[in-house]
Design a protein around this ligand. Structure first.
Ligand code: SF4
Length: 204
């Protein structure tokens, strides 16, 4: 899968051979203005050999405080959605487009996304998941097409090389508008079917 490039040092990107090494390289990153406001950089977490990766927008207040992705109210809802389709959080890998919290939870701007995407690209390359869930508009625009609208792209697989990506609403959008739950349930059933074709139940 192709990601647009930013302005990080090549040594940082190409040196690390494991997620732990990448985390070390990233620890002091100041490649964009979001570094100034962070409490913790939120690297991402989960199974380093995950067959399914979920990519959201950026850390919120609770994620910034704890340095972990999707641990606030939206994260708790995501856990419930995964549980409803029989997938545990430990099986998958969860990360965000930007690793540092935008002030006031605003949407990260184009420069911030562009600066941070190379980290995600490296993270993605080290994990190598064949399936990706794109959580929300910012992740969709950043990964697929700046003009893409989540309302029209969600619920259909996108194929990029050997990777299949499923856009759906971000759980935070569900908290704001519970009417979106039906669509997300539909989308995650497709994800479950594709995932179980790769990882049969009991072989996690
Ligand atoms: S958001 Fe990404 S690029 Fe910006 S400082 Fe944090 S880790 Fe670096």
């Amino acid at each position: 899968m192709e990601f647009r490039t930013g302005q990080l040092k090549l040594d940082d990107l190409y040196g690390p051979r494991t997620l732990d090494e990448l985390r070390e390289s990233m620890a002091g990153c100041r490649a964009c203005g979001l570094a100034a406001g962070r409490t913790n950089l939120v690297f991402g977490e989960g199974n380093p050999r995950a067959r399914l990766m979920l990519i959201g927008e950026g850390p919120g207040a609770e994620e910034d405080r704890l340095g972990r992705p999707f641990v606030g109210p939206a994260g708790q809802l995501l856990d419930k959605i995964l549980a409803a389709v029989g997938i545990t959080r430990e099986e998958v890998y969860i990360a965000n487009i930007v690793k540092c919290r935008p002030p006031g939870n605003r949407v990260p701007n184009r420069e911030e996304v562009s600066a941070c995407l190379p980290w995600l690209r490296k993270q993605f390359a080290l994990i190598g998941p064949p399936l990706v869930v794109i959580l929300g508009s910012t992740a969709l625009k950043s990964l697929i097409d700046p003009q893409a609208a989540i309302t029209s792209w969600r619920g259909r697989w996108i194929t990029r090389g050997r990777v299949r990506l499923m856009p759906t609403y971000h759980p935070a959008a569900l908290l704001r508008d519970p009417r979106k739950k039906r669509d997300v349930w539909h989308d995650f059933q497709l994800v479950r079917d594709a995932y179980r074709a790769l990882v049969p139940l009991g072989k996690e």
